[in-house]
Design a protein around this ligand. Sequence first.
Ligand code: IMP
Ligand code: MG
Length: 184
Amino acid sequence: MVGSADINEDIIEVLYTREQIREAAQELGARISADYAGKELLLVGILKGGVYWLTELSQAISIPCEIDFMAVSSYGNSTQSSGVVRVIKDVADDLTGYSVIIVEDVLDSGVTLDYLVKDLRARNAESVEVAVLLRKKGTQKVDIACRYEAFDAPGSFLVGFGLDYAEGYRNLPYIGVLSPEVYS
Ligand code: IMP
Ligand code: MG
């Protein structure tokens, strides 16, 4: 375990409060409910970071939908992307009939989502789109068509609401900037 006994003390700035996240989820959830009316909607949450966002977003959707999860690893315990994507837990091989939305915490370099979109498209899904909580500005190395995004975030390293540093801080109920003292 890293950091202070109270994880809130390691946050130097709160960027998005729980209330702001909830409001963004309501707005995107309403859009998704309209866009996918009559479709077999499947939300695929990306473990572990996407779990908090999937929970919030899915409860703002008013049409029938299913949820499932994939686990991939791309970062290890550092604040830099390794560029390597490995699938650790998968969803069904055949997604015929489903309109899929991949629900992820953050679009950073885009390597992870680029891989996942291509991988799920190859499973006969009717459509595959992406819903992220954060899209970082100016850090994308791969061009990703991201249909739903809650916030345009700065490029700095953020934690909370699912986003981790060395597996910690995911349970903060807001998104904030981690004190550099924690990782330097
Ligand atoms: P990408 O493949 O570079 O777009 O990275 C996406 C993954 O990197 C996310 O699923 C996160 O797990 C992780 N990540 C990127 N930026 C941050 C951050 O600021 N804090 C915590 N995790 C991050
Ligand atoms: Mg992660």
